[in-house]
Unconditional design. Structure first.
Length: 138
């Protein structure tokens, strides 16, 4: 018999984002090195992530965004991270008359208490990407 057969809903909406534009390349596929933390689950009850949104803030070459789940410990230890998803980000050109499209990665992911989502990009870009996450706290 299942331990819980009732649906769970978040108690509070939770929108988080990286504190700076992501511009530096990180070719490590194990979540180590320089990362942008985009979400930290509630320390007591965990959290839910609906989607990640990447927005170019100017002219960039094409790259790949890599999303890692971290167990809440240091990301410098490869065993604390797992590559969870990747998304191609195309080259972008700065414009004052045309909008840059958002690049969305649907996740629908429940995270245990204290877990984090970290992001890297595969190639260095000029202007960078602002990253945000839409979710909730349990």
């Amino acid at each position: 018999m299942p331990a819980n057969n009732n649906p769970i809903f978040t108690a509070t909406p939770d929108v988080q984002w990286a504190t700076a534009a992501l511009t530096a390349a990180n070719t490590a596929k194990d979540g180590t090195g320089t990362v942008a933390t985009v979400f930290t689950a509630d320390a007591t009850n965990g959290g839910y992530v609906a989607k990640l949104v990447a927005r170019a803030i100017g002219t960039n070459v094409a790259t790949v965004l890599r999303l890692f789940i971290n167990n809440g410990a240091t990301n410098a230890t490869a065993g604390n991270n797992i590559l969870f998803a990747e998304m191609t980000l195309p080259a972008t050109t700065l414009s004052e008359v045309a909008a840059q499209p958002p690049y969305e990665l649907p996740l629908n992911l429940a995270l245990p208490a204290g877990y984090k989502l970290n992001c890297t990009i595969g190639t260095a870009v000029a202007a960078g990407y602002m990253l945000s996450v839409v979710g909730g706290k349990y």
